[in-house]
Write a protein that binds this ligand. Structure first.
Ligand code: MSP
Length: 532
């Protein structure tokens, strides 16, 4: 049985991206994956809140705006439109977009700050150390490279700071954090990141500064406006502000009423410490419950090399989507990278994978099968259901188990395995046609056999399209349409009403008698001519 979860809520977040520049492929990657999860959870029948947004304060943004001759807010307002634009191009269906410069966010930050203050966890002290403005983080001397840059931003030297700051008493939460990791092994994933965090905490936690005196671009510290609140303290709370209904009064109580605690924070591995150590400690201090899970994914490289403007090795998501389309981009990153591990982009591999999987295996299978229905069945799909197919039919054997397996893999965030499992059915469909040769059966006048073969294949394509819909919703919609169903996979209400998982996740539905117009769902991609 495939279970649905009506009435259950699921809230998930991407990081709130810095607006120092237009979105890069790393932000696109996390957001695509978050969108896949959100769509999957909706398919399961959950009420889902998918949160993304932008992190707009701090020295990095302030300096970028100045360099461009803009007021910081004006700069943020310009860059943020590029995020909206890219998410639309990538067919991302977020529910909330949290901007940390919004007035309602300020109210939430103030209230939270005051709670932590009342808990006795904020004090004034002197901060000395090396600061990487690009990370917006103090670094230990031993973490820096020989030239004084941090390993992530190798073209920017860390700067020496010596100033009075407010500190958060992180050290007080050492044992409670240790207990959290022990009792909730799922809290940080994957396992390797969990070990990394535990190792870091084992070395002993130090309090960290949560205010700045030399940065104007931030919220003032309540009762001490000479300081602004440290960008990370402010940014993490953007997740809470996002939970408010659009017209609701911005109070913590309102924000936490429906969706808290958040079920899943998706982040890149470089910002693990903030999410897996600082954030839970801040929440403990404010007396709030903790998120269920923080998942730190890996980094993308291009052609095996680190990406970066300084090296010229970049991959522009706008360009990629313009050249190859959103389905291709979504599919490649989800299928090709083991979520949690580092992954590589290579254009030749990209084109080959898409042509092999989407154009050939899936697209051609649909096309040739519909062609045979036209030729051998007067364009009327066989009036059969799964019950009519013998239990040893290879496609039925795989098909009846598929939704269960795929559910497990989606929920464990093993998206590459989701694709492998579904494509195993699709490939079996191609082989099944070749092996059973409906054209010969037709010549031998074995019409019932022809119909069994074509039904089994059409049903396998339908099920595959359905289970792939969180990843390639547009293509799944096209396939469904050609099979005679009008389901808009971009509209969760329509899916829930007309194609719920417990029904459409089963192999063996009766075919639709009215087929749509057959046309290729995915045109073969071509590599650009090498002009170098
Ligand atoms: N503003 C903070 C997050 C605050 S969350 C409350 C931030 N923003 S960011 O824009 O710099 O980074 C956003 C995400 O992009 C991070 O999860 C980071 O890990 C990810 N990536 C940056 N470069 C990346 C790759 N090359 N590959 C994959 N993800 C990468 O950090």
């Amino acid at each position: 049985m495939i279970e649905r979860n009506p009435g259950q809520t699921f809230a998930l977040t991407t990081p709130l991206y810095y607006v120092n520049d237009v979105p890069h492929i790393g932000s696109a990657y996390t957001t695509i994956v978050a969108d896949v999860i959100a769509r999957w959870k909706r398919l399961e029948g959950n009420s889902v809140l998918f949160i993304t947004g932008t992190d707009e304060h701090g020295q990095k943004i302030e300096r970028t705006a100045t360099a461009r001759g803009l007021q910081p807010q004006e700069h943020c307002d310009r860059i943020v439109t590029a995020y909206f634009d890219l998410w639309e191009k990538l067919n991302i269906r977020f529910d909330r977009f949290s901007r940390t410069t919004s007035p309602r966010h300020r109210a939430i930050v103030n209230e939270f700050f005051e709670r932590v203050w009342r808990a006795g966890d904020i004090y004034l002290d002197r901060q000395q150390g090396w600061y990487c403005v690009a990370c917006e983080e103090f670094k230990e001397k031993r973490e820096l490279l020989d030239d004084g840059c941090c390993p992530i931003h190798t073209n920017l030297k860390a700067e020496w700071r010596d100033e009075e700051n407010y500190f958060f008493r992180l050290s007080k939460y050492q044992s409670r954090l240790e207990e959290l990791y022990r009792q909730n092994p799922e809290f940080i994933q994957p396992e390797s990141r969990r070990n990394e965090v535990i190792g870091f905490v084992d070395r002993g936690l130090q309090d960290f500064s949560i205010s700045r005196v030399n940065v104007a671009w931030g919220f003032p510290v309540p009762d001490d406006p000479a300081h602004t609140i440290y960008v990370w303290f402010d940014a993490l709370l953007g997740y809470v502000t996002a939970l408010l209904e659009p017209d609701e009064e911005p109070t913590l109580e309102n924000a936490l009423a429906r969706w808290w605690p958040i079920n899943l924070h998706l982040i890149g591995k470089d910002i693990l410490r903030f999410h897996a150590i600082y954030w839970p400690a801040m929440l403990m201090s404010a007396g709030l419950s903790l998120p269920d899970r923080v998942f730190g994914h890996g980094f993308l490289t291009k052609d095996g090399r680190k990406m970066g403007k300084s090296t010229g090795n970049t991959l522009d998501p706008f360009d990629l989507v313009a050249r190859y389309g959103q389905s291709a981009v979504r599919y490649y990153f989800v299928k090709e990278i083991e979520f949690g591990q580092d992954g590589d982009f290579n254009e030749t591999r990209f084109v080959n994978i898409l042509n092999a999987d989407l154009a050939n295996d899936l697209g051609n299978l649909l096309n040739r099968t519909l062609g045979m229905v036209k030729k051998y069945c007067q364009n009327t799909p066989p009036r059969l259901t799964g019950e009519d197919v013998p239990p040893e039919n290879t496609l039925k054997v795989i098909g009846v188990e598929l939704a269960k397996t795929v559910t497990r893999e989606y929920n464990s965030l093993h998206f590459n395995r989701v694709c492998e499992e579904i494509f195993a059915l699709i490939r079996a469909g191609n082989k099944f046609i070749d092996d059973s040769a409906p054209w010969s059966l037709f010549k031998q006048k074995q019409q019932a056999e022809v119909e069994l073969v074509l039904y089994s294949v059409l049903e396998s394509i339908r099920l595959s399209a359905y289970l792939l819909s969180p990843i390639i919703p547009t293509l799944s919609g096209k396939i469904y349409q050609q099979l005679g169903f009008s389901i808009d996979f971009d509209d969760p209400v329509s899916v829930d009403r007309a194609a719920p998982l417990d029904e459409h996740g089963r192999w063996g539905l009766p075919t639709n008698q009215q087929l749509g117009i057959p046309e290729p769902i995915f045109s073969k991609l071509e590599l650009p001519l090498n002009d170098s």
